[in-house]
Design a protein around this ligand. Structure first.
Ligand SMILES: [Zn+2]
Length: 485
C-alpha cells in the first residue's frame, strides 16, 4: 500500500514530537543519579569467544548484563555503562549511542560504554572474516546488545533521584600480576613469525627460567559512589586493572569475577532489596598485560568459579570498607569530550605479507587451521586490508574533581598509571575496552621487547598509538579541568 502525502506528513510530525518528548527533563538543580541493569545474555548455542579457538556455548552459569549509571548535574547528563562482554566493535557502540541520543537526548560524547573483558561471553566484536574495519554491519546479537544498552540507560534515567557523590580508592595488589616476563636467554620460544621475542606472555608458572616481569601492575580499585542524601547507596562505579579471572565451567556463559563482584557488593548493602535497587559496576581499568596468575608458583587446579568468587568477594569487601573514608559532596559538575584519533592501523610491510601468504598455503595444505602460524597468517592478511581510518575513539568524562579517561584497546597497566599521574584532576583513572575494540595497546617500549601483545594481528594499531592516545586524553582533561583556558 502506498501512503498518500498527508499521512506521510503526519508520520514525520509524530516522530519529531516523540523525539522532543523523549528528552529527559534535567533535574531542578543539585546532583541526581539513577542506576539500572539490562540483561544481555545470549541464547545457548552460540560460540564462546574468549579462548584462542571458539567453543560452543552449552549452558549459562550466570547472566550477562549491561550495568548503567546516569548522573545529572541539572545541566548535563552523563551515562556510564559496563557490559559483560569480551569487547564491543565500534559500530555496536555507535549504534547504542545513536539509540540513547534518540531516546534521551544524551549526546554520544557523554556516554561511556565499556566491556569488562569476560572471556566467557559470545562474540560482540563483529565477524572475524570482515577483519579490521572501523564500520561494520551489525550481527543480530550486536543489535540486541545495542538496544539493551539503550534500555538500561533509559531505566537509569527513570530511576534518578537526588544524590551525593564521593570518590574512593583502595589498593588490592594481591590479585594482579604482570603476565609478560623476561626469561633466561634462549628460553623464550620464537614468535609465529620466526622472530625471537625478549619477553614471554603467560610463561610456565614456577619455571626456573623466569627473571622478572616486564612491566608494573596497578593495584588500585578506583570507585565513584553515589547515595541518596545521607542514606542508601544508589550505585558504585568501580575499575580494577585485572584482565579477568577465568576458571569457568566448560561451555558456560559467565560474567566472570566482574558479575560476582557486583552481586556481592549489592549483598553487602544494608537494604539490598531497596527499590530502585542498588547497582554496582566493575569496569576494566588498564589490564592488557596483567592477569590473576602468580607466575612464581605453579598454578593450583581449583574447582570451577572458586577463584572468581575469591577475588570478587575480597574486592567487594575492601571497597565496602573503603566507603567509610569517602567524603560526600552534593555537587559534581559534569562534562565530557570525545575524539576519533588520527591513529593508523599497524602497517603490514611486504615481507610480512609474503610470509603470511606463504604460511597460509603451507598450513592449509597440511589441514592445519589452529596453530599460531595458521591463525596469524590469516590475521596479517586481513590487517593488510584494513579500512582507511581507524576512527579509534578516546574520551574523557569529568565528574566533579574526577576524570575518567578511556581507551578502546587492551591497554597496558603503565598507560593507566601514567594517566593517573599526569591528569590535572584530583582523582583520575582509566577504563579500557571503551567505545570500540582495537586489540592490544603496548607502549613503544614493549614493541621493542616483543611478545604476544605486540604481534601484528593481536596488536592492530601503530607502535606510537599509546603515546597519541595519552596526548589526546591529557589534552581533553586539561580542557575539561579549566574550560576557559
Ligand atoms: Zn585479553
Amino acid at each position: 500500500m502506498k501512503y498518500g502525502l498527508p499521512l506521510l506528513f503526519l508520520i514525520c510530525l509524530s516522530t519529531a514530537s516523540n523525539l522532543r518528548a523523549a528528552e529527559p527533563r534535567r533535574s531542578a538543580g543539585g546532583l541526581h543519579a539513577g542506576a539500572a541493569t539490562s540483561n544481555i545474555t545470549p541464547e545457548i548455542g552460540g560460540d564462546i569467544v574468549g579462548g584462542f579457538v571458539p567453543v560452543p556455548c552449552t549452558d549459562i552459569h550466570d547472566e550477562l548484563h549491561a550495568r548503567c549509571l546516569v548522573l545529572d548535574d541539572g545541566k548535563s547528563l552523563v551515562a556510564l555503562v559496563v557490559c559483560d562482554l569480551l569487547g564491543m566493535h565500534r559500530s555496536l557502540c555507535v549504534e547504542a549511542k545513536r539509540l540513547i541520543e534518540e531516546a534521551t537526548g544524551i549526546p554520544p560524547s557523554h556516554v561511556l560504554l565499556s566491556a569488562t573483558h569476560t572471556h566467557s561471553a559470545v562474540n560482540a566484536l563483529g565477524e572475524r572474516v570482515r577483519g579490521y574495519q572501523s564500520d561494520q554491519p551489525l550481527t543480530d546479537y550486536q543489535r540486541f546488545v545495542a538496544r539493551r544498552i539503550s534500555d538500561g540507560v533509559r531505566r537509569a534515567i527513570s530511576a534518578r533521584r537526588p544524590a551525593e557523590i564521593g570518590f574512593g580508592s583502595v589498593d588490592v595488589p594481591e590479585h594482579v600480576f604482570n603476565r609478560r616476563w623476561f626469561m633466561r636467554e634462549g628460553t623464550v620460544p620464537s614468535s609465529p613469525f620466526g622472530k625471537v621475542d625478549r619477553v614471554k606472555m603467560n610463561p610456565p608458572g614456577g619455571s626456573p627460567d623466569l627473571l622478572e616481569p616486564a612491566g608494573p601492575t596497578d593495584p588500585a580499585v578506583s570507585f565513584i559512589a553515589v547515595r541518596e542524601p545521607g542514606g542508601h547507596l544508589i550505585s558504585i562505579f568501580s575499575a580494577y586493572s585485572l584482565h579477568y579471572v577465568g576458571g569457568v565451567g566448560a561451555g558456560q556463559i559467565s560474567a566472570d569475577y566482574f558479575g560476582v563482584y557486583c552481586e556481592t557488593l549489592k549483598r553487602l548493602q544494608s537494604a539490598p532489596e531497596q527499590d530502585p535497587p542498588f547497582v554496582a559496576l566493575m569496569a576494566n581499568g588498564t589490564s592488557g598485560d596483567v592477569n590473576n596468575i602468580n607466575f612464581l608458583a605453579p598454578r593450583k587446579g581449583l574447582p570451577s568459579y572458586e577463584q572468581i568468587r575469591k577475588v570478587a568477594e575480597d574486592l567487594a569487601g575492601k571497597v565496602q570498607a573503603a566507603l567509610a573514608a569517602v567524603e560526600w559532596k552534593t555537587e559534581a559538575p559534569l562534562a565530557a569530550r570525545m575524539q576519533e584519533l588520527p591513529i593508523r592501523w599497524r602497517s603490514v610491510e611486504a615481507p610480512l605479507l609474503a610470509w603470511a601468504q606463504e604460511t597460509e598455503q603451507k598450513t592449509q595444505a597440511a589441514g592445519d587451521k589452529n596453530s599460531l602460524p595458521a591463525v596469524y597468517s590469516g590475521r596479517v592478511q586481513r590487517l593488510a586490508q584494513a579500512s582507511a581510518e581507524t576512527k579509534a575513539p578516546a574520551q574523557v568524562v569529568r565528574i566533579g574533581d574526577i576524570a575518567i579517561g578511556t581507551s578502546p584497546c587492551e591497554t597496558f597497566a603503565e598507560t593507566g598509571l601514567e594517566f593517573k599521574k599526569r591528569s590535572p584532576f584530583k582523582h583520575s583513572f582509566m577504563v579500557e575496552l571503551a567505545n570500540g575494540y582495537y586489540g592490544y595497546l603496548p607502549t613503544p617500549r614493549h614493541f621493542e621487547l616483543g611478545g604476544y601483545e605486540t604481534w601484528p594481528g593481536t596488536n592492530y594499531l601503530e607502535p606510537q598509538a599509546s603515546v597519541k592516545l595519552m596526548d589526546a586524553l591529557l589534552g581533553m582533561a586539561r580542557e575539561l579541568e579549566s574550560p576557559n583556558r
